[in-house]
Structures are given as C-alpha cells and as structure tokens.
Design a protein around this ligand. Structure first.
Ligand SMILES: [Zn+2]
Length: 345
C-alpha cells in the first residue's frame, strides 16, 4: 500500500513538474529591424516547427496563468508565445504563420504609439483582426518608459495611473478586454511598483529568463527572450525543458543595484527533486560564479555573488540544476539587476 502511494505520488509529482509554463518573448519578426531585438521570418518559422517537433502545447497566456494561479495542472509541455511593443512585422510576418497553425499568442502593446498611428506600429484595426483570430492584446504601459524612473513631483499612484491604468483603459475601450496583465518595459521594475501592482490585482511579466510554475511570483513572471542572440535553435530547445524552482511565490530581490556591486543573492527553494551537487550559477558578463548551499529536510538556500561589478544597464544572475525525476530537464531561475547609472539601457 505504502509503495503504491509513493509511486502514485511520484507520478503525480513528475506530471506536475512537467506542466510548468515556458513563455517565449519576441519583438520584431523581420530581416531589416535592429538585430538585438529581431528574429528573421525564416528563423521564426523554424522556432514554430521546433515547438511542433518537440510536442509542445501552445497555450493561451491568460488561460495558462489563471490555471497556474489556481494551482491547476497545465497540459504537459505548455508554451506561450508573446510579442512586446506591437511592431508592424508581427502583423505582417508572424501573424500569418501563427494563424495557419491556429496557435494563440499575446501582444503587449503601448496604446500611446498605437493612438498616434506611428508607421511601424500595428493599428487598433489590425490588433482587432488578430484578436478575432485568437490573440490576446495586453498592457505594456502607455508610453514605454523606464518605470523605475518616476518623473519628479509625481506620486507612485499618479505614475501608475498614467502609465498602467490608462493603458488598460485604452485597451479595454478598443479591444473590449482587460486581463490586468502588464509586461514591464525593458523588463524593469522595483519592489515598490510590484507591490502596487499586486495590490491592484495586476499580474506582471519580466524579461528575466526561466519557466513559470504554480509557485512563481506573479509580479515578475519570467519569460525566455527568443530573438537576437537567443534565437539559436539548440539553446532554445534546452530552454523548452526547464522547470521552475519551487520558491513558494517568494518575491525577487530589489533589482536596482544599491551600494553593493556585484550584489549578493540568496534563493531558497524546495530541493527534493533538485540535483544540488550539479547546481550552477552564472552572471551576465562573467559566466559561471561560485555559490554556497545550505540544505536541510527538503529545503535549500543558495547564496551567490559575482566577482565583477555589473557595468551594463541590466544584468542577471541565472541558476540552474538538473531534475532528479526527469532526465534532461533543468530547474532554472533568474534574478534581474538594474544599473541605474546607465542612462540608455
Ligand atoms: Zn517593450
């Protein structure tokens, strides 16, 4: 009986772990846009083929997030496709490919540029056309500012009303929907902003890498950037087999670098399924960095710190470790750091 229960539990656990959500993030799908945020239409087609070949289930982001928040299982190997900024090439190049496969996707838009009818930005009519074909249109702030750089003399409440609430209202007016989803411009946030969003029932998405699970922090859900240097098929394939560290919905650390640079970082997680002896952490601009581990009765806490200061506008620490129960799968967690002394980051 005990053995039966244990087997049942392990099967359930394996299934639960397999159901973590991979969210891919794109901007332009074009040959003639800035390389760092672009993927060519030919390469994007290969990504879609990879998702099919890997047996991924392309799911609607609102449905998947609602399920995770309710602690419900997702289909095995779930993936959501997202685009930031509503560039014209999404409508021209990506939409026909996605429509052909009948796959849902999400576009995070800035209503300001859409309202001004900028030439490289999708129109409300085109957004409605994609919505009718299964796309989700969600909030990327009104004007795409660095949210952590609040204008002088403006309260947090005024700033959030101007950039977040008004954008939601414009989307609601044009599309008839509001998901209370926000993708942070540049993936940047502060704990104060995250807290405001939590209090106002917003779910927010970052640009730090990693999968989402039922224990994610809902104020900066990770996404895997999949364009530019991250468009490589082989590395993307590995990211499709990642699991969320079970961190009990814990908030991230404050991303803005304080006095300590490089920053120390601590992550606590349930470790039953984590191969702790193979855990590795990396810092952007440096590569592998040392860590220490404190481990007892199914809980582990890692501490790590880069040796070089983060001089880029944004940096990240990524930690990964293989799963014990699912060969070929890796737990993955990323912490964003923002170097506010860099102006155009
Ligand atoms: Zn953006």
């Amino acid at each position: 009986m005990y053995k039966f229960l244990l087997t049942g539990f392990m099967a359930l656990f394996a299934q639960a772990a397999l159901a973590d959500l991979i969210i891919l993030q794109y901007h332009h799908v074009a040959d003639d846009t800035p390389a760092v945020t672009s993927i060519s239409p030919a390469q994007f087609r290969k990504h879609l083929q990879l998702l099919e070949d890997e047996g991924m289930q392309v799911v609607s982001l609102p449905d998947a997030i609602a399920a995770l928040k309710n602690g419900q299982q997702l289909p095995p190997r779930s993936v959501a496709i997202t685009f930031d900024d509503a560039y014209g090439s999404i409508y021209q190049n990506a939409f026909p490919m996605l429509a052909k496969r009948n796959w849902p996707f999400t576009i995070f838009v800035n209503p300001g540029p859409v309202d001004r009818g900028l030439p490289d930005i999708i129109s409300w009519d085109q957004l409605r056309e994609m919505q009718a074909a299964g796309a989700t249109i969600a909030n990327h702030t009104m004007e795409h500012p660095y949210l952590i750089e609040r204008p002088q003399g403006m309260s947090l409440e005024q700033w959030m009303q101007q950039e977040v609430v008004q954008a939601d209202e414009r989307i609601q007016a044009e599309m008839g929907t509001s998901y209370r989803f926000l993708a942070y411009p540049y993936g940047e946030y502060s704990l104060e902003i995250a807290d405001w969003l939590a209090q106002h029932d917003y779910t927010a998405f970052g640009q730090q890498s990693g999968p989402a699970g039922i224990d994610s922090w809902w104020q900066s859900i990770p996404r895997f950037p999949a364009a530019g240097q991250y468009a490589n098929i082989d590395t993307l394939k590995g990211k499709l087999k990642t699991l969320a560290f079970n961190t009990g919905n814990a908030a991230s650390e404050e991303p803005a670098l304080g006095r300590q640079n490089p920053p120390s970082y601590t992550l606590s997680f349930q470790s039953d399924d984590v191969k702790l002896d193979a855990l590795q952490c990396y810092a952007s601009g440096e590569g592998r960095i040392e860590h220490t581990l404190d481990h007892q009765s199914g809980e582990a806490t890692l501490e790590t710190r880069a040796t070089k200061a983060i001089t880029a506008g944004r940096g990240r620490y990524n930690c990964t470790a293989p799963s014990k129960s699912q060969p070929g799968y890796f737990y993955w967690h990323s912490q964003l750091w923002i170097n506010t002394s860099v102006e155009n980051r």
